[in-house]
Structures are given as structure tokens and as C-alpha cells.
Design a protein around this ligand. Structure first.
Ligand code: GDP
Ligand code: IMO
Ligand code: MG
Length: 425
């Protein structure tokens, strides 16, 4: 059985937790897109892991971990993550495989991300400043790009870096009057990364197809969320990869027909970090209540997340374009104590109601949510382990989510721990 886990909102839906749980039954966990902009939290007992590049399966000592071609790899972050797990007694030796075709995020990408965002002022995208956009742009541009395989051929990499850094310095000086970067310094760091990472670099497409032939169980771990997808999200307030399930095939080199189930992860409300329209945003005390109870602060940047009501129009769109079979509905526990809850079931745009999401931001900015109001509940859900145990109003809330999104909620999250998860159907 091969599964793909993907975010259905604007990221941070709780993918790390679901991947960790489902990884118990998987042989291999694969990250296929994004980079260190992701922050996936896994909680095991009292220990909290925040993973940026390693697949969330990394915390299980037997699980094979693949960082596939679609990921942009920041070697500084990755070596740090490998070391930090080693300090906790978890070794990646012999079970981590990094695609030779994955592109490297180097210092000049992070500099470019920062310089550009700073120059945009109020119009900034609100990126994570992890160099993601600049690295994917270089990948598409081809001429000034470095890939993981280059770490195995240091002489060629040195020459490449001289050419790339010279080019970047000219642009940074002209546009931002920035101090030049030193290609020699970047190369010295790459020598260190090479020592640490070359043993892990391989042809992961071949590895995955061998695994498919051997009927191994593979879990594909999406990063970000469908509404941040470069093509299908709220452009330009998106990330720079196909972060919906549609990116899985190109990002891993595995066709969708090899995936048995696409599981979409959504919170029982909505959050967003960074700029961009958010029709159901609650810029009020209910939004603050959700932020406090749900601990809604970025795993990667620590920024407070914008919070709002569940947007079923947006999630139904993500379910539709992503071929989603089932939803994992997280953070139901966070909504306890709110008297009346609202679910957005349609958008009113120019006095007309529509239930199809508008990814075009000018239209989305005009969308007024049409809400279904639902009575809330006061009970603490965090100790409940079956659907039957949930208060009637919580059950009704879940059933409305299913009705409005068109997908069954087969997993329900009632807390950050593995045990705080309800399985249905
Ligand atoms: P990801 O990027 O999709 O993996 O999500 P993040 O890890 O960035 O953010 C999700 C946060 O919610 C983390 O702090 C998780 O530990 C936490 N979490 C996940 N599921 C639940 C849940 O059902 N209830 C509560 N209260 N917290 C959860
Ligand atoms: P996970 O995998 C939430 C957002 C940023 C910004 C936009 C572009 O943890 O769900 P980027 O650095 O990618 O160029 O930023 O995308 N963003 C995320 N938001 N969760 C993430 O990842 C995100 N990765 C990027 O905040 O709005
Ligand atoms: Mg996250």
C-alpha cells in the first residue's frame, strides 16, 4: 500500500504528525517537494521534533528516508538536522537517500530571498527567507544551478560556483547595492557538506521503482499545502513548487498510478503565514483564542499564524484538484470552548454565490464567506479515542466538513501526540 500525504490548506495542517503515525506501517518515507521552508512537527512522548528537510519518518530508526529530486536541499540545514537526530541517538546511516538531481540551496539563494523581500516592503510575499524561490528559479533557468550530484565532483563545483557567484554579485550590487559574496567561502562550506552528504546521494528514482517492484510500502510526504501550489494556489502568494499532490509524480519520479491513496490533511479551522488573501480570517478575539489554544506559531520562522474559520470552499477545491480520497481533520480539540462555530460553504462574489474556489487573488479578495453556523462544545477532546466519544456537536461539525468538502474525514486529530488520534471507517 502506497500513500501520499498532502496539505489541503496554506500549510502547517499537521502533516508531520500524520506521516509519523502512518510511517509505522511504511518501509520508505519520501519528501518530494519544497525545502527547508517546511517545518513538520512530530511529538513522541515528551520529545518534540521539528523537521525541515528530513522526511518525518526519520524519527523511526528502521524507516528508509528519501529526499527526492523535487526537493531543494539546503545542505547546511540538512547536515544540522542529521547531527541533531544523531545527538538524540537516531542515526540516518544506511537509510537516508538523497537524489543526485535535487538542487542545492546555497548562501546566495538565501541572500537573494532576503534582499528581494526587504526591497518589496509592504508588497513582500512573506517568504520563510530559506532561499526557496531563488533556488527553484535557478533550477528552471538551468545555467546557474548546482545539484546534489555536484558535491561528488568538487573541482567542477568550484568552477561552477565562481561563475554563479560572479553572476549573482553583479545582480545583487546593481539591484540592492549589496556587498559581494565570496565563492571561495561558499566552496569551503560545500567541501564540508560533501564530506557529510555524498554517502547519501544516489539515484532515488531507481531506488523507488525497485521498491515498487519489491512491493515495499511507500509513504510520500508533501510539504506546504495545496493553496500554496505554484500553479494552483493563490499566486503570487504561494511557494515556488507544486506543493499539491500534483507535484508528487514529477518530484519523486513515480507516477500517481503507483499511489493507492491520497490523504489530505486539513485543520478544523484555517491558518496562514505570510501575505495573501484569506477570506475566513478572524482578526479578532476568536482568532487569538484559536492561535493561543492551537499554539499557532510557525515551526520554521516562529511567526504568529493568521487564524480563521474552516473554509470548505478552499478545501473542496484542494480535494478536487488533488484527487484526495480521505481527509485527516486535525486540531478538532482546539475548537473546544467556542460557543458557535462557522464553516464557510460558499463565497459571495459580486453578489453571486459560488462554491468553486477562486485562486485568482483579485477575485478571492472580493469573496465574502457564506457561513453555516454550528453550535460549539465545551468538552476537552484531548483524551477521547473514538468518534462515538465525541460530543454530539463535534460529531455534527465533522459531518458538515465531510458534506461540504466531499471527502470522508477518516482520521481526526485531538492533540499533538500520536495517541491523540481517532481513526474512523
Ligand atoms: P505540518 O507543517 O503540516 O507538519 O504542521 P506543523 O508541524 O507546522 O504544525 C502543526 C502543529 O499542530 C504542530 O505543533 C503539531 O504538533 C500540532 N498538532 C498536530 N495535530 C494536532 C491536533 O490534532 N491537535 C493539536 N492540538 N495539535 C496538533
Ligand atoms: P509546511 O510544510 C506554511 C509560505 C510562507 C510564504 C509562502 C512563500 O510546514 O506546511 P517560501 O519560503 O516558500 O518562498 O514562502 O509560503 N510557506 C509555508 N506556510 N507552512 C509551510 O510549510 C510553508 N512553506 C512556505 O510563509 O507565505
Ligand atoms: Mg509546518
Amino acid at each position: 500500500m502506497n500513500n501520499c500525504i498532502v496539505g489541503l490548506q496554506w500549510g502547517d495542517e499537521g502533516k508531520g504528525k500524520i506521516v509519523d503515525i502512518l510511517a509505522e506501517k511504511a518501509d520508505i518515507v519520501v519528501r518530494y517537494s519544497g525545502g527547508a521552508n517546511a517545518g513538520h512537527t512530530v511529538v513522541i512522548g515528551d520529545t518534540k521534533f521539528a523537521l525541515h528537510l528530513l522526511p518525518s519518518g526519520a524519527v523511526r530508526p528502521e524507516t528508509v528516508c528519501v529526499i527526492a529530486n523535487g526537493v531543494v536541499v539546503d545542505p547546511d540545514c540538512l547536515t544540522g538536522e542529521i547531527d541533531s537526530l544523531a545527538q538524540k541517538g537516531i542515526s540516518l546511516k544506511g537509510r537516508l537517500f538523497i537524489s543526485q538531481n535535487a538542487h542545492l540551496v546555497l548562501d546566495y539563494h538565501k541572500a537573494e530571498d532576503r534582499l528581494r523581500e526587504n526591497s518589496l516592503g509592504e508588497n513582500k510575499i512573506g517568504t520563510t527567507i530559506r532561499g526557496i524561490g531563488p533556488c527553484y528559479a535557478d533550477k528552471v533557468g538551468r545555467t546557474f544551478a548546482a545539484r546534489a550530484a555536484d558535491l561528488a565532483d568538487l573541482d567542477t563545483l568550484r568552477q561552477k560556483l565562481v561563475k554563479i557567484v560572479d553572476y549573482k554579485n553583479k545582480i545583487f550590487a546593481a539591484l540592492y547595492k549589496a556587498e559581494p559574496l565570496d565563492s571561495g567561502q561558499i566552496f569551503e562550506k560545500c567541501k564540508f557538506y560533501a564530506e557529510k552528504l555524498v554517502p547519501f546521494i544516489t539515484d532515488t528514482t531507481r531506488l523507488l521503482h525497485n521498491a515498487i517492484e519489491q512491493r515495499k510500502s511507500i509513504l510520500f510526504e508533501g510539504a506546504q499545502g495545496t493553496l500554496l501550489d505554484l500553479d494552483h494556489g493563490t499566486f503570487p502568494f504561494v511557494t515556488s513548487s507544486n506543493s499539491s499532490s500534483l507535484g508528487m509524480s514529477a518530484g519523486a519520479g513515480v507516477p500517481a498510478k503507483n499511489v493507492d491513496k491520497f490523504i489530505g490533511v486539513a485543520k478544523a479551522y484555517t491558518t496562514r503565514v505570510g501575505s495573501g488573501p484569506f477570506p475566513t480570517e478572524l482578526d479578532n478575539e476568536i482568532g487569538s483564542y484559536i492561535r493561543d489554544r492551537g499554539n499557532e506559531y510557525g515551526t520554521t520562522t516562529g511567526r504568529p499564524r493568521r487564524c480563521g474559520w474552516f473554509d470548505a470552499v478552499a478545501v473542496r477545491y484542494s480535494v478536487t484538484i488533488g484527487g484526495i480520497d480521505a481527509i485527516a481533520l486535525m486540531h478538532l480539540d482546539t475548537l473546544s470552548g467556542i460557543k458557535q462555530l462557522k464553516i464557510c460553504k460558499a463565497y459571495r462574489i459580486n453578489s453571486e454565490d459560488t462554491d468553486f474556489f477562486a485562486s485568482d487573488i483579485e477575485t478571492l479578495a472580493k469573496a465574502e464567506p457564506v457561513y453555516q453556523t454550528v453550535e460549539g462544545w465545551d468538552e476537552d477532546l484531548s483524551g477521547m479515542s473514538s468518534f462515538d466519544e465525541l460530543p454530539e456537536n463535534a460529531k455534527r461539525y465533522v459531518e458538515l466538513v465531510e458534506q461540504f468538502t466531499g471527502a470522508p474525514a477518516t482520521i481526526i486529530g485531538v492533540g499533538p501526540k500520536r495517541s491523540q488520534t481517532i481513526f474512523r471507517h
